[in-house]
Design a protein around this ligand. Sequence first.
Ligand SMILES: NC(=O)c1ccc[n+]([C@@H]2O[C@H](COP(=O)([O-])OP(=O)(O)OC[C@H]3O[C@@H](n4cnc5c(N)ncnc54)[C@H](O)[C@@H]3O)[C@@H](O)[C@H]2O)c1
Length: 261
Amino acid sequence: MSAVSRFARKSMVVTGAAQGIGKQVAIDAAGEGARVTLVDRSPLVETVAAEIAASGGQAVSFVADLETWESNLGAMKTAHKAYGAIDVLVTNVGGAIWMKPFQHFDEQQIAAEVQRSLFPTLWGCRAALPHMLEQGRGAIVNVSSVATKGVNRVPYSAAKAAVNGLTAALAFELGTKNIRVNAVAPGGTTAPPRAVLRNASAPNDEERAWGKEVVAQTIESSHMKRYGLLREMSAAILFLASDAASYITGTVLPVGGGDQG
Ligand SMILES: NC(=O)c1ccc[n+]([C@@H]2O[C@H](COP(=O)([O-])OP(=O)(O)OC[C@H]3O[C@@H](n4cnc5c(N)ncnc54)[C@H](O)[C@@H]3O)[C@@H](O)[C@H]2O)c1
């Protein structure tokens, strides 16, 4: 347990918590006393929750595909049933499925990118809201991306720009309700190889080359010329989730080594 416990006994829902940024956030928050609800469509999330519990934290898990409204309702019900409140929601599900110039995306792929990177956030905020309004408190941190200005992933960029828009508008609407809504826009982030792939089909040579263009653009756009670390993303997300950010709402915080998105 960390010496600083910003989240002692707070109920926090983290989506996309089986790996990557979401997993890091859940572990770090639990280490600071949060009672976490980890949601993911991969059953691997149960292992992460068990690891948190084994190291003395409080965690429950909920396996569901958050692209549907009903699953988001179920996730919030699970958290509320377990802990009697939802103090913090971190909507982290998302991620570009394909990386290629826009003219190579077909209709289904464009729709799939928006389903993956906008709807879990839109549904998640809406599903948590009645709980937060009833409690009279809450903090939401949506995970966006600096790839709102990035090459070879236009549908994903558009979805994340919509996440920024919903963050600004919802924060404005909730300003006097003691519910803050912010977003963190990560830059490229180094992580262990993904156990859950964003796209199960192996890329061909052309797709590999387009993927390399994304990596090159990401490093070039960062003033620091490097990828970020999982803990650097988690630190920014948990700052905005914490009471230390009590007068910050409606903000998108880029965490991209200077890349503003
Ligand atoms: N990794 C990066 O370089 C980077 C950069 C900028 C922004 N981001 C954003 O940060 C967030 C996390 O990124 P990551 O790279 O850690 O993710 P990841 O792809 O490694 O993991 C995403 C997790 O979300 C889960 N998930 C995906 N779709 C889901 C769904 N419909 N329902 C429930 N669970 C679902 C997956 O099973 C997985 O566990 C995403 O929103 C991503 O767009 C990541």
